[in-house]
Design a binder for this molecule. Structure first.
Ligand code: GDG
Length: 737
């Protein structure tokens, strides 16, 4: 895996946080490096850049937020060996609504499944839009052809879309660091916002998540909210496609693996062990957050102490909570609850010489952190929901002594990879208590074996692999967008066609041979498509299977030697030798008047839904509502379809809910029946059926399972394959002539 140095010039990272905090001290302005998942990951990559030949970039440009107070920072201070930082100055009021409000009081709780904590204030969202627009100003002014732009996390979901609109040819990657929730949770977001958020993310060329679950959740939301087709991990838009894939973030394995042996860390480790009276140590560290399961962890530990008096005085739980977001009420409450629980446990079990929980609310230095990773016996990591959780990976990477046990929540993304951990559900306090006992009593050999497997994994899947995989995928995608968006095995398809003796092609008309348009009269066959059909009809049995009237099909296909099927199978016309076409053959249809009561019901909807109209064919009646905007009309269509199926007439009718149409016709004719009659007529050995609508599903269902049944666009289908867009049909058929 390599990056192409000639192809890309600079890397621009955009995230809410800058890798450095700007501070005003008595000596003047200064910068201090931030900790945190992303900064650690990118910093590790940047540190290696000095001696890596694979990375073509010079310094990394980093765009992130800064307080408006620091606008006077001299440019020289905004640059170091690794980074050039470009602050986006947001005034405190805007930042409050954007970051504390929409990001951390709406999206964060919602996406971690704490739905009742989420606040949906309009002003929050307006600030979010405005802040994303401010980031855009900065990025758009900076980006040059040849740059890779890598946007991070839930604070900037709108930015990829804004940047795409302003710099259409930019190469944009987007990575989402927190869980992407399932659709039932996502749809709690007001309709207009959720649509804008998804469209924003889809401005990128590559969208990355930590796990395949989050990828699937995102895809389902895209498909439900935006009705876009997803083919081969790509969301297909009219003019381009977006690759959506899992890229699990990781840690700098070697750095952590070696860090435990440095002199300062060894010293600290010794000190801690001495201070804790050589007790066995359970350790945890996380930002103050209700998602991290800190309360649940304490309850599990308390239960363990109740059940195992033999461990009293012999074990200490060192629990570090790093200050975070403590201006938000939920975080203040959480802190109080944690401190109460710690007090209770220490009060219940502690003695003059033993504190069961050593709790601190502070940030550790890197050395202190590693001394605790390498000095503890058990790492107890119990998030209720966590995108990945780097602490778990750092602990494993640190333990090159082969000692220590990881207890890890199944709700952390990391549990997908660190399967040799003792995996627990944090809400099950008994399971946590039992895991603590199992960990403390685990034989040394089992500890080594479990760690060994996880370390082997992390040694390969480290943070460099994460950045390389993401950036090289971004480059490749930017360089080569597939021309044809399909999951069809194209080479096999073409060979099968060439080798066949009898070929049958069943093609739908609207939405397949022509694009869907508001007025059905304007759906005209393009000249290239007409020529293509003429060429295809030579040597193949070509059938246009349409819901249109015979008069319309006669007008459109007059001189093309194809079979025509009108009104979904009510009439068939064979091509004449001279290309003029033989007479239409009707199916025998019921004579009675079934249409009058249906017309009455449909007309009441025509009156109600503006822009909708009726089309009466010889054997069917159709309500069109393509120009009626919004989902209201879809809901009414569903209601209408249900109502129609309850109308009593004496013959069986079929009610078809199609693409912005509701059609009623006698049940005995269908595209399925017609498709079957065609392929049974001859020993065909190559069979293709392409369509986009509900009526085409009848064809897909009736054809044998070796047929190439191809659905166009999004939605559930019986077809074996999919083509993303109507314009892909022409390209595909071109391959067959
Ligand atoms: C988000 C997602 C996802 C923590 N305390 C100290 C300290 N840290 C460092 C750790 C680790 C990082 O911060 C924490 O990373 P996590 O992944 O555990 O959690 P979040 O901050 O919530 O991060 C998360 C992550 O993004 C990456 O995509 O995994 O799911 O929520 O590197 O070492 N470092 C030092 N002192 C501390 O006290 N030095």
């Amino acid at each position: 895996m390599t990056l192409h140095p000639t192809k890309f010039k600079r890397l621009l990272i955009v995230s809410y946080r800058l890798p450095f905090a700007i501070m005003r001290t008595e000596e003047g302005l200064s910068i201090r490096q931030n900790s945190g998942g992303l900064v650690s990951a990118v910093l590790s990559m940047a540190e290696r850049m000095g001696n890596s030949e694979n990375l073509p970039f010079e310094k990394i440009h980093w765009i992130g937020h800064s307080d408006a107070d620091f606008q006077d920072v001299p440019p020289a201070l905004l640059e170091n060996d690794n980074f050039v930082v470009h602050p986006v100055y947001l005034d405190p009021e805007l930042n409050r609504g954007f970051y504390e409000g929409f990001c951390n009081d709406c999206i964060w709780p919602l996406f971690h499944y704490f739905t009742s904590y989420a606040s949906f204030a309009d002003t929050y969202y307006q600030d979010y839009e405005q802040a994303n627009a401010r980031f855009l100003e900065k990025v758009a002014a900076l980006v040059e052809p040849g740059d890779l732009v890598w946007i991070h996390d839930y604070q900037l979901m709108l930015l990829p879309g804004l940047l795409r609109a302003s710099v259409p040819h930019a190469t944009i990657g987007y990575f989402f660091h927190i869980p992407f929730p399932n659709y039932d949770i996502f749809k709690l977001i007001p309709r207009a916002w959720r649509q804008a958020l998804l469209e924003g993310i889809l401005g990128a060329d590559v969208v990355g998540f930590h796990t395949t679950d989050y990828v699937q959740h995102f895809q389902q939301s895209v498909s439900d909210v935006l009705s876009l087709p997803i083919i081969n991990q790509r969301v297909v838009l009219p003019d381009r496609s977006v690759l959506v894939q899992d890229f699990p973030i990781s840690v700098d394995f070697n750095k952590f693996s070696l860090a435990g042996q440095t002199a300062p860390v060894s010293e600290l480790r010794k000190t801690y062990k001495r201070l804790l009276r050589r007790n066995r140590i359970i350790f945890s560290v996380d930002r103050l957050d209700y998602t991290k399961g800190i309360r649940e962890r304490l309850l599990g530990y308390e239960r363990f102490l109740i059940q195992h008096p033999e461990w009293h005085n012999r074990v200490t739980f060192v629990m570090t909570v790093v200050p975070s977001r403590d201006k938000i009420t939920h975080y203040q409450e959480l802190k109080r609850e944690i401190e109460e629980a710690v007090g209770r446990i220490n009060g219940l079990f502690g003695t003059i010489g033993w504190r069961p929980v050593v709790y601190s609310y502070l940030s550790l230095s890197f050395e202190e952190l590693v001394a605790l990773y390498t000095g503890c016996d058990v790492a107890l990591i119990t998030p209720i929901r966590d995108g990945m959780n780097l602490v778990a990976k750092e602990f494993v990477a640190s333990r090159n002594d082969g000692k220590g046990v990881l207890i890890l929540s199944e709700m952390a993304g990391a549990a997908r990879e660190l399967t040799e951990a003792l995996i627990i559900n944090p809400t099950d306090t008994q399971e946590v208590a039992s895991a603590i006992q199992q960990a403390l009593e685990m034989p040394a050999r089992e500890q080594r074996e479990r760690l060994e497997k996880m370390r082997t994994h992390l040694a390969v899947y480290d943070v460099f692999r994460w950045t390389y995989r993401f950036l090289s995928t971004l480059q490749d995608v930017a360089i080569s967008e597939p021309a044809l968006q399909t999951n069809l095995p194209v080479a096999e398809f073409v060979t099968a066609c060439q080798n066949a003796r009898n070929r049958l092609l069943l093609l739908d008309y609207d939405g397949t041979l022509t694009p869907l348009v508001d007025d059905p009269e304007e759906a005209l066959l393009s000249e290239p498509m007409r020529e293509l059909l003429v060429r295809l009809s030579d040597g193949n049995d070509l059938v246009v299977v349409s819901g249109r009237s015979r008069a319309y099909l006669d007008r459109t296909f007059g001189t093309i030697p194809v079979y025509l099927v009108a009104e979904d199978g009510a009439f068939v016309k064979r091509p004449g030798l001279d290309g003029s076409g033989l007479d239409w053959e009707p199916l025998s249809l019921p004579q009675e008047d079934w249409i009058t009561p249906i017309r009455v019901a449909l007309n009441s909807y025509v009156k109600e839904i503006k822009g909708s109209f009726l089309e009466e064919k010889e054997t069917a009646i159709t309500w069109h509502y393509r120009t009626a905007r919004g989902q209201e009309a879809d809901l009414r269509a569903l209601e209408l379809a249900t109502q129609l199926s309850h109308l009593t007439v004496d013959i069986p009718l079929s009610v078809v809910l199609g693409n912005k149409v509701v059609e009623v016709k006698p049940a005995q004719h269908s595209k399925g029946a017609v498709a079957r009659s065609f392929f049974e007529a001859k020993p065909y050995d190559f069979l293709v059926s392409i369509g986009d609508d509900t009526t085409d599903e009848d064809m897909f269902k009736q054809l044998p399972n070796w047929a190439y049944t191809i659905k166009i666009g999004a939605g559930i289908s019986f077809a074996r394959y999919r083509l993303a867009r109507q314009q892909d049909v022409e390209q595909l058929l071109q391959l067959l002539v």
